[in-house]
Design a protein around this ligand. Sequence first.
Ligand SMILES: [Zn+2]
Length: 103
Amino acid sequence: MPKRKAAGKPSWTRSDSDLFRALTKSVLAKIKSGKMRMRKFNTSELGEDGKMAINAEWHKKNRMPANATFEQRVEWHTQHNKNCQCRPGFPKKLEEQMKKKKR
Ligand SMILES: [Zn+2]
């Protein structure tokens, strides 16, 4: 399946990207070695190169606001589904709300 490209290029600097990648790597190393545990984290999701189906760059650029409205949450998850595979779909609660609104 071809990856869909997000509208607009993310404008983020090389150093930011490297820093975040290094951070992610160290966390993943801890998890792999059993020093750290993550809820709902499955090491089988890691590829041979240690990459997960998570678009860390997108996540860094797109943080969900703490007090996000319904619309913001739908928009966030819509964009998330297009850009990242770490948590496909919508949360159950949100999905129910969407069904209620879409009639
Ligand atoms: Zn994600």
